[in-house]
Design a binder for this molecule. Structure first.
Ligand code: NDP
Length: 322
């Protein structure tokens, strides 16, 4: 029987159980995939802890890449043996996963399969933030929080590739160096970052803040914006932000606050293929680099979650599933 990481009750990393699961058959419109690598994402910790509720029990993980082992009825254009990757699709921490064919993107021949698993979810997120939430323009100064993290390193590179300049935050010297390597001009700590951002921008503030940290950064992010700037609050690694009085957006300078979700930016097959295609092209040309900060066996999923939540990690974490 294949192994998987099952969540039977919500809680800390110790609720992740490495266990046998029954062999799945792909239904109509589905694929059975031999998973090579599953991506570890912060969202996996929210689902495990219950912050983002899911029906129990469930197989953890929402991202991976592997080889198609069986094709369900009604699926065209995909054959057994094809290499595919997917994001925002439940059940990826497993040796085998059944996924909707509509969420599988082909992995180009030249792409390494682990890199495909590593880039997709965080890369699609960085892509929709810089192209669709606040489209970065030449010369824009942008604040990227947790810039040495999985999304952060990709975001920093994509802002730069669109001609933007990046002020970053990171918690350690090692992380600051990584963020600089990805293109950040200045890397700040989290203490009192807003006045420093104001000073660096000669009082103006930044065009946009991409904030995946949430609770501990939200106020400073609002204070860092220029007039009519955009705060894209896309995550809560430090905890959820309490309710916000809309009047604060007026006081901050007619700013825009949005709380986007990747699922709404890959809602059509065309949009998924466009974003994934641009990511794979950028990987292949060398314009985008994925930093894999840790590889774990499937059985070590608890350790991966522990490290991620303890801020010990950089870049992308992968579970090797086969
Ligand atoms: P990261 O690799 O960025 O890990 C989270 C980072 O957050 C840590 O490394 C740490 O960096 C920083 N951090 C700051 N405060 C805390 C804290 N109190 N506890 C833990 N970490 C903290 O994770 P991901 O790249 O997977 O995700 C980044 C964010 O993006 C998450 O909030 C995630 O939910 C969100 N996300 C949102 C999506 C969407 O569509 N809305 C899609 C994908 C991800 P440092 O030590 O430098 O502070």
């Amino acid at each position: 029987m294949p192994k998987a990481i099952v969540v039977g009750k919500t809680g800390g990393p110790d609720v992740l159980e490495y266990t046998d699961v029954s062999v799945a058959e792909p239904g109509e419109g589905e694929l059975l995939v031999d998973v090579v690598a599953a991506g570890v994402n912060f969202i996996d910790t929210y689902q495990r802890s219950g912050l983002y509720p899911r029906n129990l029990p469930f197989i953890a993980g929402v991202e991976g890449a592997g080889t198609v082992a069986a094709v369900g009825r009604g699926v065209s254009g995909v054959r057994v043996g094809d290499r595919v990757a997917w994001a925002m699709t439940p059940g990826s921490y497993a040796e085998q996963a059944v996924i909707p064919a509509s969420s599988a993107v082909p992995v180009p021949d030249e792409a390494d399969i682990e890199l495909a698993a590593a880039v997709l979810l965080q890369g699609l997120t960085a892509h929709y933030l810089v192209t669709s939430v606040y489209p970065v323009r030449q010369g824009d100064v942008i604040l990227v929080h947790a810039a040495a993290g999985g999304v952060g390193l990709l975001l920093t590179q994509l802002v730069r590739s669109r001609g933007g300049r990046v002020i970053a935050t990171a918690s350690t010297r090692e992380k600051a160096e990584l963020a600089k390597g990805a293109g950040a001009e200045t890397v700040l700590g989290y203490d009192d970052f807003a006045p420093q951002v104001r000073e660096i921008t000669a009082g103006e503030g930044v065009a946009a803040v991409y904030d995946g940290v949430g609770k501990t950064t939200f106020d400073g992010s609002l204070d860092s914006l220029r007039v009519r700037g955009t705060l894209a609050l896309f995550g809560a690694s430090s905890g959820p932000v309490p309710p916000v009085d809309p009047q604060r957006l007026n006081s901050a300078g007619s700013v825009f606050l949005t709380r986007p979700n990747l699922a709404n930016f890959i809602a059509t097959r065309d949009e998924l293929e466009w974003r994934a295609g641009e990511l794979f092209d950028a990987l292949s040309s060398g314009d985008l680099t994925v930093h894999i900060g840790g590889k774990y066996s499937l059985a070590e999923a608890r350790q991966a979650h522990t490290d991620l939540e303890a801020r010990k990690t950089t870049g992308k974490l992968l579970l090797r599933c086969s």
